[in-house]
Each structure stands twice: as structure tokens, then as C-alpha cells.
Write a protein that binds this ligand. Structure first.
Ligand code: APR
Ligand code: PHB
Length: 392
């Protein structure tokens, strides 16, 4: 069966869903093709810190009500090292900017429900998606659904299908890839207990490794500890996790941690990755399809959002103003922002984690940088302005 739309979006994660909403609002037709089921997409436990530009984009897309009501605004973060905790006044150092704690699962749910309420087409469990003709002006996406082969004719294809998607794989011979894989993972736990630090994410660097104290709401906490790459989730009982987390923060905070049964526990590897360019004729990559950051700087979801901001603006300019300027500059505009977020994420990961091969000198340098960071307004301002998101 053959159908037609203006923009074919591959992937119903945050990038694809947000792009679909912004295009619909501008009167541009779009269809999303998603490999998994909607429940599977919602079952993913991912990030939880939104820059203001992301919150503003959700409001622009018409799905900002719940994040405005339930999101937890943070004015500061805290760094724990050498047994002491140091606040970084993000709000004060950036002239009043903040971040908002709001789970990616909830953001995805908001976008999915809005799309469904508007009767927009998302084909879930679309199998064997393939992209064709995007080097010309009549691209086509083919896929299988319920045993039948379908063809979606379009003007543009947005590859929002993540790191393991088909879009970047389709143009792999035309892409330059830049990657760094880190020699450790993050063991993450989700638990329905009140967060130990509800209004400030706590980043820890101890001789036992990195730790992070975060949240999804005032009754649901999200915690992480750095772990060896060859660790398995089954190696970590809840009790072992809580004991290890307590060892990696200062005594006062350790005493305040409320423990409870994990409702999700997983180990994720860390990598920095960028694919250049992000445009191939009428195919555009956005979000994790084009780049990955280590989660330390909480940039993954926010970079996806700014890619979508640029891409939706480019399509709107094309259709409503008959200008290709946004399309022609999309890749370089995104990459300029992406590489600065990659640098910040790499820098904060390098600063806060223990690396297996770090000898005495490297350890002293890490300690000196932490000391400088919390005692220099200039250094803290640099951290703060990157954390809230650099200007567009
Ligand atoms: N065909 C159709 N859909 C696909 C295909 C395919 N061949 N391959 C992957 N997908 C779908 C996935 O099932 C997923 O739902 O594309 C979607 C991609 O979503 P994400 O991986 O979440 O990527 P993105 O939407 O860019 O969001 C980035 O998610 O992974 C986090 O840290 C990341 O917070 C960031 C955010
Ligand atoms: C999270 O809540 O999952 C989270 C918070 C801050 C980070 C990374 C992850 O830097």
C-alpha cells in the first residue's frame, strides 16, 4: 500500500515525537514509523534533566503543561569529593537560569498522548524500514506491517531512530564518525523512595568511583554508581548498591539516604560519539541517530531537543517561506552546538570518574581541578553555563 506525507519521521522516541508535534502545529503533515510497540518505548528508563530551552520547546509543541506542574526546578548542583559537599549556585552564576528534573519517560508519554489525541499517524511495530531516493527530490520509505509491505512517499525523511537505527546505517559510507568509549559503566537504580537531595543533583567523586543522586519526582529517586564494564546487574543486590552509594558520598548525606527495593536496575556503557554530517540530500539525522554523550552532563535529551528545534524550523521555513536556508545550514548549526556539549560531557566525565589507568599524577590533577572548580567563580561559572545549556 502506498501513502504520502510531507515529512517521514523514523523513530518515536523524544526526537521523533517532538519533531512530529512541532511540524503538525505548523500545518506540516508527518508520519512516524517506529520499530517497537508504544509500551516498549515507554518502558525505557532514560535521562531526567531538562534545559530551559527543552522545557520551552515542549510548551511550544503544546505539551508543556505537566512538566510545568510536576517538573522539579533546580537552582544548584552539588559536588562531593574528599568527604565534603560543595554547592554550585547554577542560578546565581548564570543570571537566573535553572534546569528541571522531569523523567524522559514522562516527556515521551506526554508527546505520545498529544499525538494520539490529535489523531496523528504513528505506525508502531513497523518492521524492516528502508530509506530510498533521498538523494533526489522524491524520497520513499518502505516498511512492513502485519505481513504487508508499505511505501511512504514524502518530501523529506527525518532519521530520529537513535544510535542503533537504520538511518545512519543507510548513509554509513558518507559519514565521518568520531568516538570515545569509556572504561567503565553506570549502574543505575530507580526506587520509590524520596530523593536524598530533592533540589540539587549530587555528583560524587570518591576513591571508590563516581556516584550520582538524582530523582524523577519527590517520591521516586534515581541513583547511579560507576562500575567496571564487566559487572553484571545480578552481581549487585539492592543492599550492595545502597551500601556502595553511601560509601561514595559525604557522611551527612549518606545518613540521609532513604533506601528501598529497586523497581529498575541496569548497567549502561558510556560513550562519546558524533557522526558528521547530519544531512544527506533530503535525509536529516537528529538526536541519538547522530550523536551520543556520556550521561554525566545530562545533555543527551537536550541535544536531541535542539536538533529538533533547528530541523523543525528548517522545514517550516521551507514550506511556509519557500526558503532552503535552514535546511542548507542545519548540519553545521547542530554540530557547532553538539561539539560544545560533547566537550562539556567529556570534561565532566573525566573530572568525576576514576579511570583504571590514572596514575598518581593524573589523580593529583583531578583533585587540583576539583579544588580549583569549587573555589573559583570563573571556573564554577563555566561549569554552570554549560550545565544549564549554552545560548542557541
Ligand atoms: N525503524 C524504526 N524505528 C527505529 C529503528 C528502525 N530501524 N531503529 C530504532 N528505532 C526507534 C527506536 O525503537 C526508538 O524508539 O527509534 C527510536 C529512537 O529513540 P531514542 O533512542 O530515544 O533516540 P532519540 O529520540 O534521539 O532520543 C534521545 O534518548 O537515548 C536517549 O540519552 C538519549 O535522552 C536521549 C534521547
Ligand atoms: C538522571 O536523573 O538520570 C540524571 C541526572 C543528572 C545527570 C545524569 C542523569 O547528569
Amino acid at each position: 500500500m502506498t501513502t504520502r506525507t510531507q515529512v517521514a519521521i523514523i523513530g518515536a522516541g523524544p526526537s521523533g515525537l517532538l519533531l512530529g508535534q512541532l511540524l503538525h502545529k505548523a500545518g506540516i503533515s508527518n508520519v512516524i514509523l517506529e520499530r517497537q510497540s508504544g509500551d516498549y518505548v515507554l518502558g525505557r528508563i532514560r535521562a531526567g534533566i531538562l534545559e530551559q530551552v527543552t522545557v520551552d520547546l515542549l510548551k511550544e509543541a503544546g505539551v508543556g503543561e505537566r512538566v510545568g506542574r510536576e517538573g522539579i526546578v533546580h537552582h544548584s548542583i552539588e559536588l562531593v569529593f574528599a568527604g565534603a559537599r560543595h554547592p554550585i549556585d547554577v542560578h546565581g552564576l548564570t543570571g537566573g537560569k535553572v534546569v528541571t528534573a522531569y523523567g524522559q519517560t514522562e516527556l515521551t508519554r506526554d508527546l505520545m498522548e498529544a499525538r494520539q489525541a490529535q489523531g496523528l499517524t504513528t505506525v508502531y511495530e513497523a518492521a524492516n524500514v528502508s530509506l530510498h531516493g533521498f538523494d533526489g527530490d522524491q524520497p520513499v520509505v518502505r516498511y512492513q506491517k502485519d505481513g504487508a509491505t508499505h511505501e511512504l512517499q514524502c518530501d523529506f525523511i527525518a532519521g530520529c531512530d537513535g544510535f542503533h537505527g537504520v538511518s545512519r546505517a543507510t548513509v554509513k559510507d558518507s559519514i565521518s564518525e568520531f568516538e570515545r568509549v569509556y572504561p567503565f559503566g553506570w549502574l543505575g537504580v530507580l526506587a520509590d523512595v524520596p530523593p536524598v537531595s530533592p533540589h540539587a543533583i549530587v555528583y560524587g567523586n570518591s576513591d571508590r568511583g563516581f556516584s550520582l543522586c538524582s530523582m524523577r519526582s519527590l517520591s521516586r529517586s534515581r541513583y547511579y554508581v560507576q562500575c567496571p564494564l564487566d559487572d553484571k546487574v545480578e552481581d549487585w543486590s539492592d543492599q550492595r548498591f545502597w551500601d556502595e552509594l553511601r560509601r561514595r558520598v559525604d557522611p551527612e548525606l549518606a545518613d540521609k539516604i532513604v533506601t528501598g527495593p529497586s523497581i529498575e536496575k541496569s548497567i549502561a556503557p558510556l560513550r562519546s560519539f558524533v557522526a558528521e554530517p547530519m544531512r544527506f540530500g533530503r535525509l536529516f539525522l537528529a538526536g541519538d541517530a547522530a550523536h551520543i554523550v556520556p550521561p554525566t552532563g545530562a545533555k543527551g535529551l537536550n541535544l536531541a531537543a535542539t536538533d529538533v528545534k533547528y530541523l523543525s524550523g528548517a522545514f517550516i521555513e521551507y514550506y511556509l517561506e519557500h526558503s532552503a536556508a535552514g535546511i542548507d545550514t542545519y548540519s553545521q548549526r547542530c554540530l557547532r552546538r553538539i561539539w560544545k556539549a560533547e566537550r562539556f560531557s567529556w570534561w565532566l566525565t573525566s573530572l568525576m570518574h576514576r579511570f583504571p589507568d590514572t596514575a598518581g599524577f593524573g589523580q593529583r590533577i583531578q583533585e587540583a581541578e576539583l579544588d580549583y572548580l569549587v573555589n573559583s567563580k570563573a571556573a564554577s561559572t563555566s561549569l554552570a553555563e554549560n550545565y544549564v545549556g549554552l545560548p542557541l
